[in-house]
Structures are given as structure tokens and as C-alpha cells.
Design a protein around this ligand. Structure first.
Ligand SMILES: Cc1cc2nc3c(=O)[nH]c(=O)nc-3n(C[C@H](O)[C@H](O)[C@H](O)COP(=O)(O)OP(=O)(O)OC[C@H]3O[C@@H](n4cnc5c(N)ncnc54)[C@H](O)[C@@H]3O)c2cc1C
Length: 292
């Protein structure tokens, strides 16, 4: 029996992924599932393992390019309340992997807890943001992570503690299929001071990325001590374009997808930029954008 037969209440068959990604690009997922509980999610993973179906987790789709062809297997979203709760105990906050990063930041700032406020304006879910270790030179989310509860391929719940985790520039070594919850350890601070830092970070971030009405995504990791955007500009690629995919004039490390852009346009642009930057500056850029 297919996933749609086994989990009819939570499964959509041949669901287009474009509306679920910030680039608004992507072919249909064979099955899109939105489980209502951890138990249901475990049952989905177990079925996928038995049926040898690939499983992909979809967060906010802010760091994702879904290709134009159909995507086989299961795409899972953690939108149900069971996956979006926020709990608080002194300086510790535990957030569900499917919750919005913005809600977590707002919660921490309201409690006068410092450590996440400079991430304001980065969009995505808690799980996706921890997996991608989001941040900038003012701080990364991984610095505040104490413990991550994950589900393995076999559907086993495991806890990974801080000393077992490695966070590097916009990536982590979390490779289990599901980030269920994340516990953060934050610092007490004057709520007014935290709020002030959050407002400042918001203004700085919004000026350094594409306009919010544009369908966009970041392309490359910053090489150690360097800025990918500066290298791209230096390689003479400002506003480079393939089909409908164009580098943002506000920050060359972002692609903006104009109407009609295909995933193939973006992939070609990524290759073109990487080759040209290598040729002109000698630096090999590593792709940050996750591709399905
Ligand atoms: C305009 C714009 C500005 C941005 N600015 C920044 C910035 O300043 N700094 C920065 O670091 N990033 C930035 N980003 C990147 C992006 O916002 C983050 O990477 C984002 O937080 C990813 O979270 P998501 O939920 O959207 O993940 P998705 O894009 O949905 O997924 C990304 C990866 O995480 C995996 N994943 C998602 N949820 C889970 C889960 N629960 N368990 C396991 N794996 C999961 C997916 O399978 C995928 O591999 C920006 C992006 C855009 C479009």
C-alpha cells in the first residue's frame, strides 16, 4: 500500500513544491506528508524505510532549490502543533523543529534572554535554521544550541548534546533525517538592551539582502575570512543572469528568480558563477543552497 493509502488524512499526492519554497520553483513531490504527532511521524519513517522510499524534510524552503522534475518518495513538513511548541525554563528555551525561527526569537527577546536576537530577519523553521547554522558575523544559531532531539531513519528518538555537535559556517553535522526539538541556553540581559540589538540587526540585515517581495535564495558559503558576495562582484558578475535567474543587485550572493525561472536556470547560474570566480580570483566557492 502507498503512503497515501496508509496515511490518507495527512498525505497529498503529486503536490507541487513551488508554493512551499521561497524561490517558488519546484516540481511535484510524489507524497507530501504533514504528520500530527511524533508517533505518526515515526510510522511514516518506518513505512518509508520498509518501502525503500527517500524521505526529505521541508522547513520554510528558504534555503532550498527543488528541481523541476517530480521528486520521488516522501517530503515531510512539521507544521502540526506537536512540532511547533516553545517551552521555557529559566535561561533555557526548547523549541519544536517545525516552529518559525521568528517566533523563537520574539519569545526569547520578550523573556529578556540574549543570544538569538541578532538572527532576526532570517526566515525559516527552527529545524532548518539549526541544520543550516544560520547567522552572520554577529553570531550563529549554533552558539546557543545545547541539545538537539532527532529522529533517526529507523524512527528512533536520540539526543545529541552540544559536545557531539559541530557547527561551521552555515552548516552543521546534523545528518539525521528529522530535527524534532532544539534546546537553547541563553543569557539574561536587560530586555531593553536585547530589543535594541534586535532592532539594529533587523535594519542591517534588511539592507543587505534582496527585497522581501523578491523570490530569492543565498547561493554560496563565505570562504574562511572572505565574503562570497565580494568575490562574485570582483569576478565581474554583478547582476549576472541565466534565463529568469539573476544575481541580486543588493547582494551578489543571492539569486532572484524572476517570473518563469526554472531550477535549471538557477543551476546553470550557480555553475557559471563558481567557474568564473575560480578563474578570476582563484577561490573555489562551495554551494550553500540545498538542492533536491
Ligand atoms: C532573503 C534571504 C535571506 C537570508 N539571510 C540569511 C542570513 O542572513 N543568514 C543565514 O545563515 N541564512 C540566511 N538565509 C538562508 C535561510 O533563511 C536559512 O538557511 C533558513 O533558516 C533555512 O530554514 P528553512 O526552514 O527554510 O529550511 P529549508 O530551506 O526548508 O531546508 C534547508 C535544509 O534543512 C533541512 N531541514 C529543514 N527542516 C528540518 C528538520 N526539521 N529536520 C531536519 N532537517 C530539516 C532540509 O531538508 C534542507 O536540507 C536567507 C535566505 C533568504 C531567502
Amino acid at each position: 500500500m502507498s503512503l497515501a493509502d496508509l496515511f490518507p488524512a495527512i498525505t497529498k499526492r503529486n503536490e507541487p513544491l513551488a508554493p512551499h519554497t521561497h524561490l517558488k520553483i519546484g516540481g511535484p513531490a510524489e507524497f507530501l506528508l504533514q504528520p500530527r504527532s511524533v508517533e505518526e511521524l515515526r510510522a511514516v519513517l518506518a513505512t518509508c524505510q520498509t518501502q525503500k522510499l527517500p524521505v526529505r524534510m521541508l522547513g520554510g524552503g528558504f534555503n532550498l532549490l527543488a528541481q523541476d522534475d517530480p521528486i520521488p518518495g516522501a517530503v515531510v513538513r512539521l507544521t502540526a502543533p506537536a512540532f511547533t511548541t516553545i517551552e521555557w525554563d529559566g535561561k533555557r528555551i526548547t523549541a519544536g523543529g517545525g516552529g518559525q525561527l521568528f517566533d523563537l526569537i520574539a519569545f526569547s527577546v520578550r523573556k529578556g534572554l540574549a543570544g538569538l536576537e541578532t538572527l532576526v530577519g532570517i526566515r525559516g523553521t527552527v529545524g532548518g535554521s539549526v541544520r543550516c547554522n544560520v547567522g552572520d558575523r554577529n553570531g550563529e544559531i549554533g552558539l546557543a544550541v545545547q541539545r538537539v532531539t532527532v529522529l533517526t531513519d529507523a524512527g528512533t528518538v536520540q539526543v545529541r548534546t552540544r559536545d557531539e555537535l559541530t557547527f561551521t559556517e552555515h552548516q552543521s553535522d546534523l545528518d539525521e533525517p528529522v530535527i524534532l526539538t532544539v534546546e537553547f541556553e541563553l543569557d539574561r540581559d536587560d530586555p531593553a538592551a536585547v530589543l535594541k540589538r534586535m532592532r539594529k540587526a533587523w535594519i542591517l540585515r534588511k539592507g543587505a539582502e534582496p527585497f522581501s517581495f523578491q523570490h530569492s535564495a543565498r547561493l554560496f558559503h563565505n570562504p574562511a575570512g572572505k565574503s562570497a558576495a565580494t568575490l562574485i562582484d570582483r569576478a565581474g558578475l554583478t547582476k549576472a543572469r541565466v534565463g529568469g535567474a539573476e544575481l541580486s543587485e543588493r547582494n551578489a550572493n543571492y539569486v532572484v528568480a524572476h517570473p518563469g525561472t526554472t531550477a535549471a536556470d538557477i543551476l546553470q547560474l550557480v555553475d557559471h558563477v563558481r567557474d568564473r570566480v575560480k578563474e578570476r580570483t582563484g577561490v573555489s566557492l562551495e554551494r550553500e543552497l540545498h538542492i533536491w
